[in-house]
Design a protein around this ligand. Structure first.
Ligand SMILES: *[C@@H]1O[C@H](CO)[C@@H](O)[C@H](O)[C@H]1NC(C)=O
Ligand SMILES: *[C@@H]1O[C@H](CO)[C@@H](O)[C@H](O)[C@H]1NC(C)=O
Ligand SMILES: *[C@@H]1O[C@H](CO)[C@@H](O)[C@H](O)[C@H]1NC(C)=O
Ligand SMILES: *[C@@H]1O[C@H](CO)[C@@H](O)[C@H](O)[C@H]1NC(C)=O
Length: 445
């Protein structure tokens, strides 16, 4: 019999939270709403795609995602090349994404819809009084109306984590995201509430950026960002949770996706039985979740891709990350070319002009059974062979008469995108430093 997955780590988990947050180790000091039991067993929150329910076609949804992600891709690749050149982390952060999680913040709790981002660490929300705030659909958070709000001291780990621009009265931070977006303000702590009643859980003293000067495009459905990267500032680091997962439904289905923490992160799978691949750390870009991609099979052919194509270089360049905020998968250029040629040579479908689609490779859509006519696709991660369902790499548009490959070429940093992760439980085991990708009906999680 396998032991219940979370029974042993529960105490260290709780102590870790208390240590990280600097609370005395006595349960009598726990604030109301601090539900120890729920933290031990874990919790689940709903996610929705930023374009959910807006009547776009599959191809339009992907095009919109690619357009939104253009800057993100540049930033991610740019950071990788800066790491390569200078040997240090560039002061530009990633920080946007495709899925929105409905959190609440403060006491009494007020809505905090946030973009989930596994590619950055900082949690932030727009705060009153704003010098400059973008339009959001919920009222801007007002620290004065929250009885549990406090500022973060200059000596705290979380303040050091943002490399403050200035720290005397308060810990001031400024994050820029490429040319157009930024958030600037001071670091604070408050209670964050996850989930819907009756399964709500409130966790006190979560550090976040209280942004009073914010610029962003395409964030109007949100009030900020929830960083889930590997650095000290991220929610997963602050909670000290050893496991989290997400499970994304197909973007065109308008069904709720999930984000899960603690032992719930396994959903109903037996942790001993699911395949894992190591999560590698890049010392130059420590927030990202890097994978070891060892090869790709198209149809029955293991592609002749040079070994170095997906390897993380000693200088921090290259490699492959798994990302929740990038829509399609991007492969290092030479590897992509090999993959593209294999797709063309292994199908009887005719190559179409893809220039209006934003994707690199499209075919004319056959009258029927398009799925039978495209080759199989398997990603060989170290210790984990992932055969993708056809809908996770081919997107068809009957109106345009096209079926396109939802994979494209990029510079040196490859990214495993969220179309490829659809209907998979994407489980991060932070203690063991492994990732599992388990086929799952995500709306049933
Ligand atoms: C999408 O789902 C939401 C929530 O379930 C619902 O309110 C909305 O009407 C749906 N939209 C469409 C176009 O089906
Ligand atoms: C959704 O889009 C289709 C095709 O463009 C259109 O026929 C339909 O009327 C739209 N439905 C809504 C609710 O806008
Ligand atoms: C926190 O710091 C901000 C910025 O310096 C300041 O305006 C605010 O009054 C402080 N709030 C508390 C509760 O100390
Ligand atoms: C593809 O279509 C675009 C726009 O319709 C056109 O400019 C281009 O020449 C076409 N490319 C080829 C190879 O036919």
């Amino acid at each position: 019999m396998a032991p219940p997955p979370y029974s042993i780590p529960s105490l260290p988990f709780l102590l870790l939270i208390l240590t990280v947050l600097g609370l005395p180790r006595s349960s009598s000091t726990l604030m109301p709403g601090f539900r120890r039991q729920q933290l031990e067993t874990g919790f689940q929150v709903g996610l929705r795609h930023i374009d959910a329910g807006r009547n776009f076609t599959k191809l339009q949804l992907i095009q919109r995602g690619i357009n939104r992600g253009r800057q993100r891709l540049q930033r991610m690749s740019g950071m990788a090349t800066t790491a390569e050149r200078n040997g240090f982390q560039a002061p530009v952060h990633v920080g946007d994404g495709e899925f929105v999680v409905n959190l609440m913040i403060g006491t009494p709790p007020v809505p905090f819809p946030a973009i989930m981002d596994t590619g950055s660490d900082l949690i932030w929300t727009q705060c009153n009084p704003c010098k400059l705030c973008f339009q959001q659909s919920t009222p801007v958070f007002n620290p004065k109306r929250s009885s549990t709000f406090s500022n973060i001291s200059c000596s705290s780990k979380l303040c050091k984590g943002v490399k403050p621009s200035k720290c005397d009265k308060s810990c001031e931070y400024r994050y820029t995201y490429g040319d157009e977006s930024s958030t600037e303000g001071f670091m604070a702590m408050d209670t964050i509430t996850f989930g819907e009643l009756p399964k709500r859980i409130s966790i006190p003293r979560i550090g976040f950026g209280c942004g009073v000067n914010n610029q962003a495009t395409g964030m109007d459905q949100t009030a900020g960002l929830l960083g889930l990267g590997r650095g000290v500032l991220s929610l997963v680091s602050q909670l000290g949770t050893q496991k989290f997962s997400y499970c994304l439904t197909s973007i065109h289905e308008n069904k709720t996706s999930s984000l899960l923490f603690g032992s719930l992160a396994y959903s109903n799978f037996n942790p001993g039985k699911i395949p894992r691949t190591p999560l590698i750390q890049n010392p130059f870009l420590p927030s990202y979740y890097y994978l070891s991609l060892e090869g790709i099979t198209v149809g029955y052919t293991l592609l002749p891709i040079p070994e170095f194509a997906f390897q993380l270089g000693k200088d921090g360049s290259g490699g492959m990350i798994v990302d929740s905020g990038t829509t399609i998968t991007y492969l290092q250029e030479e590897a992509f070319d090999v993959l593209k040629n294999a797709f063309i040579s292994q199908t009887e479908l005719q190559v179409a002009n893809s220039s209006t689609t934003g994707l690199d490779l499209c075919f004319h859509l056959p009258v029927k059974n398009a799925a039978d006519k495209v080759p199989k696709l398997i990603f060989h991660f170290k210790g984990l062979d992932l055969a993708l369902p056809v809908e996770n790499y081919m997107v068809s548009d009957p109106e345009m008469g096209l079926i396109c490959l939802a994979i494209d070429a990029t510079g040196s940093l490859s990214i495993f995108g969220n179309i490829q992760q659809q209907n998979m439980l994407v489980l991060h085991d932070l203690k063991k430093s492994t990732l599992s990708l388990v086929p799952t009906q995500c709306d049933k999680v």
